[in-house]
Design a protein around this ligand. Structure first.
Ligand SMILES: Cc1cc2nc3c(=O)[nH]c(=O)nc-3n(C[C@H](O)[C@H](O)[C@H](O)COP(=O)(O)OP(=O)(O)OC[C@H]3O[C@@H](n4cnc5c(N)ncnc54)[C@H](O)[C@@H]3O)c2cc1C
Ligand code: FES
Length: 254
């Protein structure tokens, strides 16, 4: 996989520490599938030898652009937040296996916090989709889901927007409406979504986050435990075999 120098069209703060960056790349926009990620090299300082994996939020194939939404948690994402429109960054992608898309099933996406970001491109590609979006104390990009989904349910833990509480409580009330659930977010939330789906016999796909090195299956940094049919487990590479897996295969150490 060859990297590409992409021009930043916009890098805007959506909420405290949450940024949306729009990048120009005909190639990445054309190839992007929901659930895939890009691997970003942050400037050329020696600290940033390792790239940072960030999910594709949406791709605009006509405009030749794609967007990412990221949370500033450390040095790499902090540097990203200071990049200005017109500057360029080195991007590899799209990488990984994304979400399987079903055209004839009733689906819902369930995201928590920054885990809502990869679910927008998926929701745009499903004709019959509801969205469940959970946040702690702020909300962002909910209006974009409203444009693509039939129903959008939002919760915040402090009640500042939508219903107060956890988004899994909203999902549990309506789980029997769905054939397939897709989820991304904190491990505790995804484990709860998986348990609700398992109890109600609903198919579930999970996008997992592991620390990554190469992003292309060569270094084993992203090894994650995956269940076999006989109950045994083995390691798979989150970057190449995932980041999306069927919930039946996933083992979380929560
Ligand atoms: C497939 C994939 C998709 C991702 N998509 C997004 C996204 O759309 N938006 C977004 O904000 N973040 C996303 N992440 C997480 C993002 O890669 C990390 O937050 C980022 O690399 C941190 O870099 P940093 O230099 O700022 O922080 P660091 O200084 O490297 O780390 C700061 C903190 O972030 C945690 N962290 C570092 N790497 C990861 C990681 N891979 N996963 C989880 N936590 C990590 C560390 O444990 C530490 O607590 C994704 C991760 C993966 C694997
Ligand atoms: S990050 Fe190197 S094998 Fe996955």
């Amino acid at each position: 996989m060859v990297s590409e120098i992409c021009k930043i069209m916009q890098n805007k703060e959506l909420a405290a520490g949450i940024f949306e960056m729009i990048l120009q790349s005909d190639k990445i926009a054309a190839a992007a599938m929901p659930g895939q990620f890009v691997h970003i090299k942050v400037k050329s300082s020696s600290f940033a030898l390792l790239r940072r994996p960030i999910s594709i939020h949406y791709a605009d194939k006509a405009a030749g652009t794609f967007a990412i939404v990221y949370h500033v948690v450390g040095q790499g994402t902090e540097e990203m937040s200071r990049i200005e429109s017109g500057e360029c960054i080195d991007v590899m992608g799209p990488l990984g296996k994304g979400f399987p898309i079903f055209t004839d099933k009733k689906c819902a996406v369930v995201g928590g916090g920054i885990g809502t970001a990869p679910l927008l491109e998926l929701a745009k590609n499903i004709s019959d989709c509801d969205a469940y979006l959970g946040f702690r104390n702020c909300n962002y990009k909910t209006e974009a889901f409203e444009q693509s989904c039939r129903n959008v349910y939002v919760t915040t833990e402090d009640g500042s927007y939508g219903n107060i509480g956890y988004i899994t409580e909203q999902l549990e009330k309506r789980i029997t409406d769905y054939d397939v659930i897709y989820t991304c977010g904190p491990k505790v939330m995804m484990q709860c979504v998986m348990d609700i789906c398992c109890k109600n016999n609903v198919e579930c796909y999970v996008s997992i986050e592991e620390r990554m090195g190469c992003g292309i299956g060569a270094c084993l940094v992203c090894a994650c435990k995956i269940k076999e049919v006989d109950g045994e487990w083995h390691y798979k590479k989150a970057c190449k075999d995932g980041p999306v897996f069927n919930a039946k295969e996933v083992i979380f150490d929560v």
